[in-house]
Design a protein around this ligand. Structure first.
Ligand code: HEM
Length: 422
C-alpha cells in the first residue's frame, strides 16, 4: 500500500463513515439537550468505532513509509494534516481516550514539515478543504455545520479580498486615482463581510451551534503538548487590514501578543503575510500627512472620504461579530449551560472558548479589538492606542479645506452610514 492510497482511504473515511458516526452521536446529544452523553452502550459503540477506525487508517499511512513518502507538495501535506486533525478533533469532542495517540506521530511530522501546529485549524475547515462531489469535509451532516463553515469561509475570502486591495495602496500613494479603485474594492469586501455575518446570524441555530458544532473546536493534546482550539481569527488578512488602515498598531504590546500567539496556527502562506504586517506606512498616517500639508486635491479628498468609509465598515464588521455572533451564539448559551462533566468552573469556561483563557477574558480581548477597530475611546481611559485623534485630524483637515472643482468619481464619494450595521 502506498502513502497516497492510504491517505486516500483516510480521506474517503473522513468524508463518509466518519460523518455518519459523528452525526449519530450529535443527534443523540441534541435530543438529550446535552453537550455529551456517557455510558449509553449504543453510543459507546459508535465512539469506539470512530477511535479505532481512524487509528487504523492513520496507522496505515505511517506504516506505508512516511516520512520518506509523505506527499511532497505543501498543499497535499496540509490537506492530509487536516484529515488527521479532523479525526483528532472528533476524538477530543467525544472524549475518546487511547486510540488517537496512534495519529500523533504523523500529525507532528506533518506539522513540523510545514512549520504549523500539528492539529486542524480553521483554515483546514474552510480555505483548504477540497470539495468532492459538491461537498467539503465536515464533522457532521448537519445543515448548521455546513452553513457555519460556508458563511465563515466566504467572510474570510471577503476579508482576504479587502486585504489584497489595501496592500497595494502604499506603492501607489494615497492620492492616486488607482487607489480609489482599490479602496472601492476594500469597501466592497467589507460590505460582503457584513452581509455574510447577517446571513449567518439569521441562519444558524443557537443550540445546534453550541451543542453540536463548537465542541469540535476544543483544545487537545498531540503528544505531550496541549494545543489551543480552533479560532475563526486564524488568518492574516484581518490583521493586515487592521494595521494597514492604521486602526491597530504592531507596536502595541496588546496587539503584538495576539499576532505572536496566532502565528503557528496560520497556514504557511498566511504566516508570510503576517510577517509582512507592519512593514508599510499605515494609510491613516499617509492621509493625515498629505491632507494637513495640503493642498487637498479632488482625488485626495475622494480617496480620503472612501478611506474613512472603509475604516467605519471595518469597525462595524468587528462590532457585528462581537454583539451579533459571539454574544448570542457563545456567551448567552454558556451562561445557561450546565457545567460539562468532571470540570471545574474555570476549566469549563476555558473549554467554551478555544484559545484557553476563561470566557470573560476572551470577551474582554474581543471587546478591546472592537474598540480599536471602531476607534472608540473608552470613557475614563486615556484612549491609548486609539486611532481616534488621527481620524479626527483627517476629518477636520477635509472639512476645513475648500472644495476645489468636481469630484473625480461619483462612485468613490459614497459615504454610506454604517450606524445600522453594528
Ligand atoms: C456564530 C458565529 C461566530 C462565533 C460564535 C464566533 C466566536 C468567536 C470567538 C469566541 C472568538 C475568540 C476565540 C478565542 O480567542 O477563543 C472569535 C475570534 C474571531 N472570529 Fe469569530 N465567531 C463567529 C463567526 C465569525 C465570522 C463569520 C468571522 C469572519 C471571518 C469571524 C472572525 C473572527 C476573527 C477575525 C477572530 C479573531 C479575533 C479578531 O481579530 O477579531 N468569526 N470568534
Amino acid at each position: 500500500m502506498t502513502t497516497t492510497s492510504a491517505s486516500d482511504d483516510l480521506d474517503r473515511w473522513i468524508r463518509n463513515d466518519f460523518v455518519a458516526l459523528n452525526t449519530r452521536l450529535e443527534e443523540a446529544y441534541f435530543a438529550a439537550d446535552a453537550q455529551i452523553l456517557h455510558g449509553r452502550p449504543e453510543l459507546e459503540t459508535v465512539k469506539r468505532r470512530i477511535g479505532s477506525e481512524g487509528a487504523e487508517l492513520v496507522g496505515r499511512i505511517t506504516e506505508s513509509g512516511a516520512p520518506r513518502s509523505l506527499p511532497t507538495g505543501d498543499d497535499e501535506r496540509y490537506e492530509l494534516l487536516g484529515s488527521v486533525g479532523f479525526y483528532l478533533g472528533a476524538c477530543r469532542r467525544h472524549e475518546i481516550e487511547g486510540p488517537q495517540s496512534a495519529a500523533w506521530p504523523l500529525a507532528q511530522l506533518l506539522g513540523s514539515s510545514l512549520g504549523v501546529v500539528p492539529r486542524f485549524v480553521f483554515a483546514h475547515q474552510v480555505l483548504y478543504n477540497r470539495a468532492v462531489g459538491d461537498t467539503f469535509r465536515t464533522f457532521t451532516a448537519l445543515d448548521d455545520e455546513r452553513a457555519f463553515l460556508l458563511y465563515n469561509g466566504l467572510s474570510m475570502l471577503a476579508y482576504q479580498r479587502t486585504a489584497a486591495a489595501l496592500r497595494r495602496v502604499p506603492a501607489l500613494g494615497v492620492s492616486s486615482p488607482l487607489t480609489a479603485y482599490l479602496l472601492r474594492e476594500a469597501r466592497s469586501g467589507l460590505d460582503d463581510v457584513l452581509d455574510l455575518g447577517r446571513t449567518l446570524s439569521k441562519t444558524l441555530d443557537v443550540d445546534r451551534f453550541f451543542l453540536n458544532i463548537r465542541p469540535y473546536f476544543k483544545a487537545h493534546r498531540v503528544g505531550g503538548v496541549e494545543y489551543r482550539g480552533v479560532n475563526g481569527g486564524d488568518f492574516a488578512a484581518i490583521n493586515s487590514i487592521d494595521v494597514l488602515l492604521g486602526l491597530c498598531s504592531p507596536y502595541d504590546p496588546f496587539y503584538q501578543a495576539l499576532l505572536t500567539e496566532k502565528y503557528p496556527y496560520l497556514p504557511p502562506e498566511d504566516q508570510a503575510l503576517l510577517r509582512a504586517t507592519g512593514t508599510a506606512e499605515p494609510l491613516l498616517d499617509a492621509f493625515v500627512r498629505e491632507a494637513t500639508a495640503g493642498p487637498i486635491t479632488p482625488q485626495l479628498r475622494d480617496n480620503a472620504e472612501l478611506f474613512l468609509t472603509v475604516c467605519r465598515l471595518h469597525g462595524a464588521a468587528s462590532a457585528f461579530h462581537h454583539h451579533r455572533l459571539v454574544v448570542p451564539f457563545l456567551q448567552a448559551p454558556a451562561a445557561r449551560a450546565p457545567q460539562e462533566q468532571g470540570q471545574g468552573q474555570e476549566s469549563e469556561a476555558a473549554d467554551l472558548t478555544t484559545s484557553g483563557p476563561p470566557l470573560h477574558v476572551v470577551m474582554g480581548t474581543l471587546a478591546r479589538l472592537v474598540d480599536l477597530r471602531t476607534a472608540r475611546q473608552r470613557p475614563g481611559t486615556d484612549g491609548g492606542g486609539s486611532a481616534r485623534p488621527s481620524l479626527d485630524r483627517l476629518r477636520y483637515a477635509l472639512d476645513a479645506a475648500p472644495r476645489s472643482g468636481l469630484r473625480t468619481d461619483d462612485r468613490s464619494t459614497d459615504d454610506r452610514s454604517t450606524d445600522d450595521r453594528s
